[in-house]
Design a protein around this ligand. Structure first.
Ligand SMILES: NC(=O)c1ccc[n+]([C@@H]2O[C@H](COP(=O)([O-])OP(=O)(O)OC[C@H]3O[C@@H](n4cnc5c(N)ncnc54)[C@H](OP(=O)(O)O)[C@@H]3O)[C@@H](O)[C@H]2O)c1
Length: 299
């Protein structure tokens, strides 16, 4: 077990990021440039494979972080239906490897989860107290990860949704690629949620981390929802991507039942963000404004 003594000066706080080559991890790298004096350690599976218990324990025990931000995940929602054990290993068991190592220490842990843990049949925004009822193997593996994260009292879980970035692979890039090649696209319009620009989430995470380090806030453990503000369908999202990119491709709405996918998705996964907004005094951007910023970067 790790023994972290929190006598370091705030500016020396050591922050370990796992899965740092993904969308959110790369956005955290960008945001970290605004935080002088913090000691960031960006890792990915090649340097720290969190599904390997021995490696995880050895790495964390050696590096003695004050904070761990876990961005590592298995995010292949459809493939998880045929590979549930792999999804569970990376999204579930790997989180246990982290929390068992930091158990009994003051290391703070931010773990990222998903709107896909919600059942998705509501028509009003989900708050964190609603019982999770994931409908897919991916969602079940992420819920298992949340339970392992909560074994450590200093854990904050952030559920996010429809994440995109100028880094990595995501819906925005897929739509842009297809819209450049095709005259029309079919996109589902009966699944409603909210996109999240990973740059906004990374900024929110670092606001929370730095606010806690400066004693502006206390880290509240437990579950918090975070997405951009507003509501849309995947069809609305795709239509706006094509419009902002100045492309002429026609986006046509289709029903989920006309678009075969292995995993069931929530019909409605809009999240109520009151808790995170009020606990950490966050101003959350509207999804269309953030999308515009990302498209400008990608152009
Ligand atoms: N993407 C979404 O739409 C979405 C929606 C809701 C919630 N989330 C959650 O948000 C968080 C960040 O997602 P993201 O989109 O930034 O993910 P991402 O782009 O898929 O990045 C995940 C990173 O984790 C790495 N990784 C995989 N297995 C690992 C392991 N065993 N040890 C260490 N690193 C490992 C991946 O490497 P490889 O690429 O080599 O596998 C990748 O670099 C995740 O918790 C995700 O579940 C995402």
């Amino acid at each position: 077990m790790l023994n972290i003594i929190s006598e370091k000066q705030p500016e020396m706080a050591r922050i370990l990021i796992t899965g740092a080559n993904g969308q959110l991890g790369n956005e955290l790298r960008m945001v970290s440039k605004n935080y002088y004096g913090y000691d960031f350690d960006f890792t990915d599976a090649d340097t720290l494979d969190i599904s390997n218990q021995e490696q995880t324990e050895a790495y964390i025990t050696r590096s003695r972080p004050d904070w761990i931000i876990n961005c590592a995940a298995y995010n292949l929602v459809d493939k998880a239906e045929s590979e549930p054990d792999t999804a569970m290993l990376i999204n579930g068991t790997a989180v246990k490897n982290i929390t068992e190592t930091i158990r009994g220490t003051e290391c703070k842990f931010i773990h990222i989860s998903t709107d896909y843990v919600y059942e998705g049949n509501s028509n009003t925004p989900y708050n964190e107290s609603i019982t999770a009822a994931p409908q897919s193997a991916y969602g079940r593996s992420k819920l298992a990860g949340e339970k392992f994260a909560l074994l450590h009292p200093g854990s904050m879980i952030i559920r996010t949704s429809w994440l995109y970035s100028s880094f990595g692979n995501n819906f925005v890039k897929t739509i842009l690629r297809h819209a450049k090649e095709k005259e029309s696209l079919r996109v589902v319009f009966d699944q409603t949620g909210t996109p999240t620009y990973a740059a906004d989430l990374a900024a929110a995470i670092m606001n929370i981390v730095s606010g806690v380090i400066r004693n502006q806030f206390v880290l509240n453990s437990g579950i918090f929802n975070y997405s951009n503000e507003g509501v849309c369908s995947w069809f609305d999202f795709a239509t706006e991507i094509v419009r902002l990119a100045g492309l002429s491709c026609k986006v046509n709405p289709v029903l989920t039942k006309e678009y075969q996918q292995a995993a069931a998705r929530p019909v409605y996964s809009v999240m109520d963000k009151t808790r995170i907004r009020e606990s950490y005094n966050l101003s959350i951007p509207y999804w269309r404004e953030s999308l515009e910023k990302c498209i400008k970067l990608l152009k």
